[in-house]
Write a protein that binds this ligand. Sequence first.
Ligand code: ZN
Length: 229
Amino acid sequence: VTIQDAKGIATVVEHSTLIFDISVPVTPNLPVWPGDPPVGIRPVMRIAAGADCNVSELACSSHAGTHIDAPWHFIEAGARVDEIPLNLLIGPCLVVDLFATKGQIDAEQLAAAGIAAGTRRLLLRTRNSQLWADRPGEFVRDFAGLSLDAAQWLLDRDIQLVGIDYHSIEPFDADGDPVHRVLLGANVVVIENLDLSGVEPGSYQLVCLPLRLAGLDGAPARAVLIADA
Ligand SMILES: [Zn+2]
């Protein structure tokens, strides 16, 4: 049985299984990091134009849309995106609500967010998720990101994967990108540009599979959460 809800985000594949798509649609209107190339989609062949089939050319940054940052993004000796172990990208995952946070997310807010000991995969649902609906096509600079003490808090608790619902895990104006350097330097998997507006906080199974782009600094990914039955 397959049913989509009004927003098209939940698909019932069995009676007790809900799958939430938490990736953003890749379109030419997708905002990108200032200076990055926009998403380009060019029709190569179109049935409507008399061709045998439909084929498109896709051109984009390795950080377009929902994507993984590989350690090599900021650490010259770090692992490439195709070297990230799949067992980090698939498994139990906690979504926490930080929607009310106005500025940066600091260690104090993480400590108060109800993150159970033993959590290894963590997705942060912040006010950012609302930007996908409220300001589509726009790159908003005052999004919520982690402060450096929050990144250290994650390492201290042995979090191995962290995801956030906008373009960067750290604030836009973070000087020297310390949060990226700390997390990627510790081989924490970073997922950016999630849309968590359609999921409630709680426990899920995460499946987030970046394209197997050999030797690259990051890769677009399809990310889904499977509700615990
Ligand atoms: Zn990135």
